[in-house]
Design a protein around this ligand. Structure first.
Ligand code: THU
Length: 271
């Protein structure tokens, strides 16, 4: 049996088991904690949540999230997180975010409680909310990176590299959400060769994109593929805040900003 169990008692589509497994793994990694046993995520309607609050907390109200810690029995349930979906739906529409994002935030909040966080004082509450938000942003960023790496790997399959046999794929994420991919295009006259990064950049610029968030690069082999000097300079033209994800064939990657990769950047100083 897996580490995560999901119970959905509502009519809504909630977070999938795979999503919750990834989220749990991410939070545990960031918090440097381990759990013994399974974690149950239950999604409830207002009635059941009111019943839980009445039975276990002796209050007549509907909460957004409640967690129960059962302990470290390796065969049993380590902890349980109950989320009220209609309440999450209302908060999400007030905040203008998707329901899935609000549910993820509540799940993280419940997990933090299980990991020992408390929010009884206003100060603790503030700290816990901030930690929850930071973890959510971190998780979303990691998912975005993984998506971008997947797109780079797809583009890598089109690499034209009969001379070097070094197959490179790149995926460039524009600020408007568009992703432009590229692969290396070699030539019998070696100097004519284009790197994957500049192919992606050329496609992006020719379609009107000018601002970029990140670029993922994937190549064959176990070492991480960083952009060559020419590509660093080409990308720097459009801002040094671009995050560079240097990946390898097994999906592992490291992240560095272009600012770090190209110090003392040349700029065209006008008189
Ligand atoms: N190459 C890229 O496409 N991107 C890089 O970041 C490094 C190098 C290509 C160019 C050439 O086709 C092959 O890899 C070997 O240099």
């Amino acid at each position: 049996m897996g580490k995560v169990e999901v119970v959905n008692r509502t009519k809504y589509r909630v977070l999938s088991r795979a999503f919750l497994e990834n989220l749990l793994e991410f939070v545990l990694r960031e918090e440097k904690k381990e759990v013994q046993g399974r974690v149950v995520f239950a999604f409830l309607d207002e009635e059941s949540m009111r019943e839980v609050k009445r039975r276990f907390f002796n209050v007549d109200e509907v909460g957004d999230v409640v967690s129960f810690f059962y302990g470290e029995d390796p065969d049993g349930v380590w902890g349980e997180i109950l989320v009220c979906v209609p309440v999450a739906l209302e908060t999400s529409s007030n905040r203008g975010v998707p329901l899935s994002e609000e549910l993820a935030f509540l799940v993280i909040h419940g997990l933090l409680h299980l990991l020992g966080y408390d929010d009884s004082t206003p100060q603790e509450h503030k700290q816990m909310m901030e930690r929850g938000e930071a973890l959510l942003r971190g998780y979303q960023r990691e998912r975005m990176y993984q998506e971008l790496l997947k797109k780079a790997a797809k583009a890598q399959a089109f690499a034209y590299a009969p001379y070097s046999s070094f197959h490179v794929g790149a995926a460039l994420l524009a600020r408007d959400g568009r992703v432009f991919t590229g692969c290396n295009v070699e030539n019998a006259s070696f100097g004519v060769t284009l790197c994957a990064e500049r192919v992606a950049l050329g496609k992006a610029i020719s379609e009107g994109a000018r601002e970029f968030e990140a670029i993922a690069i994937v190549a064959n082999g176990t070492s991480f593929c960083f952009p060559c000097g020419v590509c660093r300079q080409a990308l720097a033209e459009f801002g040094l805040d671009i995050e560079v994800l240097a990946g390898n064939q097994s999906g592992a990657y490291v992240v560095q900003s272009l600012r770090e990769l190209l110090p003392h950047t040349f700029t065209f100083a006008k008189e």
